[in-house]
Design a protein around this ligand. Sequence first.
Ligand code: SF4
Ligand code: SF4
Length: 323
Amino acid sequence: MSDPNKPYDPDDENSPLTPEDQVYADQERKRRAAEADMEVQIIDAVRGKNPVQPVRLTKDNSFCFSCHKGVSCWNECCHNTDITLTPYDLLRLAKHFEARPKAIASMFAAPSIHDASGMPIMKLKMVDKDGERKPCVFLDETEGCTVYNDRPAACRYYPLGLASVKMKGHEQPEDFYFLVKEPHCKGHEESKEQTVGAFRAEQGVDEYDEKNRDWIHILMKLASWKFLGGPWGKEPDERTKKMFFMATTDIDQFRLFVFNSSFLDKYAIEPEMREELAMNDEALLKLGLDWLRHVLFAEETISLRPDVLQHAIAQARGGTGGT
Ligand code: SF4
Ligand code: SF4
């Protein structure tokens, strides 16, 4: 017999289910079965578009490339380019300018839609110059990138692309890298040879990947739901998109939501963590992404307070108070 106090687990046949959970679990199992039978590129992160000659690479593979002020194409790649800003990019830029992330987003980015998932994201602004090539808002034509130490993840990656591909018959998506050889980029003609791993370390990519992991996970899962039909059978609704946008773009609004709504009555968050959340944007972003994973996918990334959980179980059993 199943334990009614055990949390719901879509992988566990004996997991206790409320009627709502049962609907969710059936759809989730169908989604997973369908996903296991498809092969699809779920997300890729690369600066600009139309990579030429993509070659699949691992961290141990080597390639020749160097970018420095002496190359004839200096700054070429910082014009007319398409750069998605991750939530962590916004926090880093906010720290750089000693401003709040929402102000950074308003000044230097424009709202857009992530095609694969349908979710709202921010893209870095290019400066409109009356028909001329549009430079990135952070570009100094002589000195280069003016936010170099806090440049976005996509800029650190270039000329590498990251793809996450769900292969037929595999439960988890697999990450791999590819080299983007665009004709204007002369860095590929330089003789400096390095492994993908060494290049990533030099560019400080690992830290960005770590902080962006949950955000990418959410976009990937919503992308597969959009493709296969999720619990809604369609794209997330406007309320869900607003929630996602608040937690990933407007951290101050999310802080107000956490501290001024019933959030802390509902979720089990220790007093020390509450203090941390009041001051630390990165900790709050992590909470926001955990919360989104919980409300969107019923993942156990954040715990309900025991009394709230008991009440929910009792209500699901018809208001008998449960046992
Ligand atoms: S942020 Fe810096 S590196 Fe990235 S496109 Fe703009 S100027 Fe270039
Ligand atoms: S070498 Fe490539 S990455 Fe470096 S400035 Fe030129 S186009 Fe940009």
